[in-house]
Write a protein that binds this ligand. Structure first.
Ligand code: PEP
Ligand code: MN
Length: 371
């Protein structure tokens, strides 16, 4: 059961202390307090764990400070959608809204190589009205002898350039807790010119200790990629690890499954799960067409497979597109063969707009049909 408290409940108030006292005296029930500090208000939710079926919903709703009590299933307590659950399906970060009803594009470099490439990328993003990007500094590589990313060395110029070109959020994979400190230090050093979305890659989806650490910090939102060889339920539980530790600003990323059944694509594209994740949880859903397809193969209709699958995800209601671009794919240090070029950005964005319009028309049609 979740107790949703009246916004801005003061944790020192006598009513709040009475509520906690009451909860402490419930037999076989533990509680966990979850606080969400927004720009406008602070929301407090209390999760009751244990023998909650013995509790009466009306009685719990009438306790001091409680606005609403919601009975929840065991699955995905914080991030799940539960019956009569009207908690938000969106959050804001650094002026950008991330939610189940809108769409943000994160086009950028799979891996940072030179300052010039970062600048060229950000400049073209600004020219095309974009405020988000992806920039890989820490790269988890299959081969220990492959380039591992420039790490903290490149962070200051990446953040400065983001500020210069009006980029509000940079999605950046981290593979170790020390990377969070390095990112925070570089942000301080450069005067916080941008925001960072911490990305947990598919190789770390079930790195529970990393998830707990990332979940305990509430400064940055998190993009959690689906594990490439585990069930959807296992990956959604991994997202719940982040939220259970306190950070529910989580976006769930579909990036394809590792199986030869997807050949010739690098991974088996799983964007049919966009509506499934939106039904089971309150998380916005991201698609990564680049790591799903892994090439620039072209279909007979002259449309790249990467763009076909992007449209498939967007027309199904995806909320974020994470996609590899590069000014000179031939010299890219990681994943050049799947990168789109800067010249292709306006075309790519226009193609996404067509798919998004079609999605919105489909939603309107469904509404008419069900009313
Ligand atoms: C990436 O986005 O750069 C990446 C390595 O993705 P994934 O974890 O999905 O392989
Ligand atoms: Mn990559």
């Amino acid at each position: 059961m979740i107790l949703i408290l009246t916004p801005d409940t003061d944790q020192q108030s006598s009513n709040y202390l009475r509520l906690i006292d009451h909860l402490n005296n419930l037999p076989s029930i533990e509680h966990r307090i979850h606080q969400e500090r927004g720009a406008q208000q602070t929301l407090t939710e209390i999760y009751l764990i244990g023998d909650t079926h013995t509790l009466n919903l009306d009685e719990m709703s009438s306790l001091p400070c409680v606005e609403r009590a919601v009975r929840i299933s065991e699955e995905y307590r914080v991030l799940g959608r539960h019956k009569d659950d009207t908690r938000p399906t969106s959050f804001e970060y650094n002026g950008i809204t991330f939610g189940q009803n809108n769409l943000n594009v994160f086009a950028g470099l799979c891996a940072v190589n030179t300052r010039e490439h970062v600048e060229a990328m950000m400049k073209v993003l600004q020219e095309n009205g974009q405020q988000c990007t992806r920039m890989g500094a820490y790269k988890p590589r299959t081969n220990p002898y492959s380039f591992q990313g420039f790490g903290k060395e490149c962070l200051p110029y990446v953040f400065e350039l983001a500020g210069k070109y009006g980029i509000k959020v940079v999605a950046m994979e981290i593979t170790h807790e020390s990377h969070i400190d390095e990112i925070n230090e570089a942000l301080e050093q450069t005067g916080n010119p941008t925001g960072v979305m911490l990305q947990i890659g598919t190789r770390n989806t079930q790195n529970f200790e990393l998830l707990k650490i990332v979940g305990r910090q509430q400064r940055h939102p998190v993009l959690l990629k689906r594990g490439f060889g585990i069930t959807l339920e296992e990956s959604l539980n991994a997202a719940e690890y982040l939220a259970s530790e306190g950070n529910s600003k989580v976006i769930f990323g579909l990036r394809g499954m590792k199986t030869n059944m997807g050949d010739p694509h690098r991974n088996f594209v799983d964007f049919a799960h966009v509506p499934v994740v939106k039904r089971l949880t309150r998380m916005p859903v991201c698609i990564d067409p680049s790591h799903s397809v892994g090439s620039r193969d072209l279909a007979p209709d002259n449309i790249l497979d990467v763009m076909h699958v992007t449209a498939q995800g967007v027309i199904a209601g995806a909320n974020m597109v994470l996609v590899d671009f590069h000014p000179e794919p031939k010299v890219a240090l990681v994943d050049g063969p799947q990168a789109l070029t800067l010249k292709e950005l306006p075309y790519f964005l226009e193609d996404i707009r067509i798919a998004r319009d079609a999605y919105e028309q489909r939603v309107a049609l469904a509404k008419k049909h069900f009313n």
